[in-house]
Design a protein around this ligand. Structure first.
Ligand SMILES: Nc1ncnc2c1ncn2[C@@H]1O[C@H](COP(=O)(O)OP(=O)(O)O)[C@@H](O)[C@H]1O
Ligand SMILES: [Mg+2]
Length: 316
């Protein structure tokens, strides 16, 4: 999409404040958007990719709905979930061959528009592009590059204009490799976990639940976060716990403390929610996973961490 001057100005000035930290990512994203590039955000789940793309959508001018003055404004953010089952018809649309002869292939009678058309003048957010088949990658490329596609035997031109932001998780092994031809058309912006424990603490504080009558002391929450961040760099851990895991542990510790009649979360509340909140969100390297289940591993690691960081006695 060729950015309008207004959109460019807004991009350049955008703080993207829903995403804390990630200064380099924001700068790269802005520069790619200003250059009208197609973008793929690369990173593990739960680092703020969707949140960031939604913020870009906020900057686009509000669209008129199809019939002037009627109904809600059209969404500026259209999301497609990449999967091996996604077809070119889902993405581009479907042409009824008989009606096409009579009314023309892109007539309202013959053509059922796909997601790409819904994204016109907005953002096409394509989650996990690397889960799509190579055939679909090619159809998408043609639509993006040439604004043409072949549907049901017809070559049609797409009068659509949008910002493309895709995501991929490089650690997701269940996926297709993106072809070189595909990757050559995109700029990749890599995104990781929050840069510091302090930033992650702020994210969790903003997004955790408010549970009346129970408090999570800052010092204890920082220790929860330090523990999760330690698991992320643990050489035995393969799939790493995300920011959602940090938020989840804090939320559940608060509600567990409530059930136990406590006014302040205690380390044992945290310990007791780990199997349910944390263990399934991670996996262990093959060298350890045949010896130990994640639940057991997390429990032991937390015990050691508690001892080393004086969790039992140190927090009021
Ligand atoms: N840097 C960050 N700033 C603010 N929130 C974040 C950040 N990183 C992760 N989150 C939070 O983590 C959760 C997952 O974010 P999301 O945008 O859905 O991630 P992704 O699309 O990468 O899976 C959300 O609750 C989001 O607000
Ligand atoms: Mg997402």
């Amino acid at each position: 999409m060729h950015a309008s001057d207004e959109f460019r100005k807004r991009i350049a000035a955008a703080p993207f404040s829903a995403v804390l930290g990630q200064g380099r990512v924001k700068e790269e994203l802005k520069s790619a958007l200003l250059a009208s590039r197609h973008i793929i955000l690369v990173g593990p789940p739960g680092v703020g990719k969707t949140t960031l793309a939604r913020e870009v959508a906020q900057l686009l001018p509000q669209r008129e709905s199809a019939e002037k003055g009627k109904g809600a404004p059209q969404p500026r953010f259209v999301r497609v979930q990449g999967s091996p089952d996604l077809t070119a018809e889902d993405l581009l649309g479907d042409i009824d061959p008989i009606k096409a002869l009579e009314y023309g292939p892109l007539s309202t009678e013959a053509f059922t528009p796909g997601k790409i058309f819904k994204a016109d003048k907005g953002i096409l957010f394509f989650d996990e592009v690397n889960r799509c088949t190579e055939k679909l990658q090619n159809a998408l490329l043609q639509a993006l590059e040439e604004k043409r596609a072949t549907i049901g035997g017809y070559d049609v031109d797409f009068p659509v204009d949008f910002v493309f932001i895709g995501t991929m998780n490089p650690e997701d092994s269940s996926t297709e490799k993106l072809s070189d031809v595909f990757l050559d058309r995109f700029d990749l912006v890599t995104m990781g976990y929050p840069e510091t424990a302090a930033i992650e603490h702020e994210i969790v504080t903003q997004q955790r639940q408010e549970i009346e009558g129970v408090a999570m002391p800052d010092a204890l929450q920082l220790k929860v976060i330090a523990f999760i961040r330690q698991l992320r760099v643990d050489k035995n851990v393969d799939k790493k716990p995300s920011v959602r895991a940090s938020i989840g542990v804090v939320d559940r510790s608060l509600t567990t403390a409530l059930l136990r009649g406590r006014r302040i979360v205690a380390p044992e509340d945290i310990a007791s929610v780990l199997p349910s909140v944390l263990a399934h969100r991670m996996s262990l390297k093959p060298s350890v996973k045949y010896l130990e289940q994640p639940e057991e591993y997390v429990r032991k690691q937390f015990e050691t961490f508690s001892r080393e960081h004086d969790l039992e006695g140190g927090v009021p």
